[in-house]
Design a protein around this ligand. Structure first.
Ligand SMILES: C[S@@+](CC[C@H](N)C(=O)[O-])C[C@H]1O[C@@H](n2cnc3c(N)ncnc32)[C@H](O)[C@@H]1O
Length: 299
């Protein structure tokens, strides 16, 4: 197994390489990707004047949604490890049009608390399973919440219920240069929280109480543009950096390879429906204790 410091370095390098794709497709990610976080947004039920943290905010779309819900007297604080994405988030959602919104570049695992803490609630869409040390990251979130503060998040379940993720890599890889290493065992990656018992242990060890983890099946729906859909999924996935470095002919082959594998999710003329299996995670920060929960190794 790779040690945590190496996993952290690998993750930071991965996001630095992936950022250009996320920035380029930020609007599509907000629109088509909305079902990825909708259940957590509903569960969060942000109220006017609340102060809410968005962990792994990417290009800021969900932070802006939260800012709209908490209004002028509230605060929506997005945190992301990648500087380029945070810069894009600030550009897309400036404070003059979105009062109460702020973005910070930070690794959630290495902060004591997020600047601006304590928060009434924390939200996270598709990030927690990517943390090199998820107990450390979740502990920062919990410490940044007021006593009784709530967490609402989504993460992927397993690869079988999210077939488009592997299609985006398998269809593209033969046409591109080397891809980042695939996660082994419990290493961070899209399916690192496939086992809800592991996820529950991580949250409990991080000090959360009243943890609930429930399955949600949604579909990402896009217009019928095979080339655009393939490019979006390649560019926000592990093949994104290799794709951007490839010559145009290889990029076209990669898109065609992905489009072929996605064909079963396409209804010609109508569009794509990409089946997506999530865990909806809800938890409570509980009341502070004199002792931090033990940081035993989580399997
Ligand atoms: C899969 S993307 C999701 C982005 C956004 N929440 C969305 O749904 O569009 C995961 C995000 O988590 C960020 N991230 C990964 N590890 C992080 C860490 N340790 N601390 C803060 N952000 C992190 C990445 O930079 C990336 O923007």
């Amino acid at each position: 197994m790779t040690d945590t410091a190496s996993l952290r370095a690998r993750s930071a390098a991965f996001w630095a390489g992936a950022a250009a794709g996320w920035i380029r497709h930020a609007d599509r990610q907000d629109e088509t990707g909305r079902p990825l976080g909708a259940a957590a947004m509903d569960r969060l039920a942000a109220r006017p004047a609340e102060r809410i943290l968005d962990v792994g905010c990417g290009c800021g779309g969900t932070t802006a949604e939260i800012a709209a819900a908490v209004g002028q007297t509230g605060a929506a604080i997005g945190v992301d490890i990648d500087e380029a994405m945070v810069t894009a988030a600030r550009r897309r959602f400036p404070t003059d049009g979105h009062p109460g919104i702020q973005f910070h570049v930070a690794d959630i695992e290495t902060l004591d608390v997020v600047p601006g803490a304590p928060f009434d609630a924390a939200f996270s869409r598709m990030t927690l399973m990517l943390l090199a040390d998820p107990v450390a990251g979740c502990r920062t979130i919990r410490r940044s919440l007021r006593p009784g503060g709530r967490l609402a998040a989504t993460v992927f379940r397993d690869g079988g219920v999210n077939p488009w993720l592997s299609a985006a890599m398998l269809g593209a890889a033969p046409h591109l240069g080397p891809l980042p290493p695939l996660p082994v065992g419990d290493e961070p990656g899209p399916f690192a929280f496939a086992d809800p018992a592991r996820l529950a242990r991580i949250l409990t060890t991080a000090g959360f109480t009243s943890v609930t983890i429930t399955p949600r099946d949604v579909a990402l729906e896009t217009p019928d543009d095979a080339d655009a859909v393939a490019e979006w999924l390649i560019e926000v996935g592990p093949a994104g950096a290799a794709y951007r470095a490839a010559p145009p002919a290889d990029q076209a082959s990669a898109r065609a390879g992905v489009a072929r594998l996605l064909g079963r999710f396409r209804e010609p003329g109508a569009g794509y429906r990409l089946p997506t299996g999530l865990w909806l995670v809800a938890a409570n920060a509980g009341t502070p204790t004199h002792h931090e929960p033990r940081e035993d190794k989580i399997q």
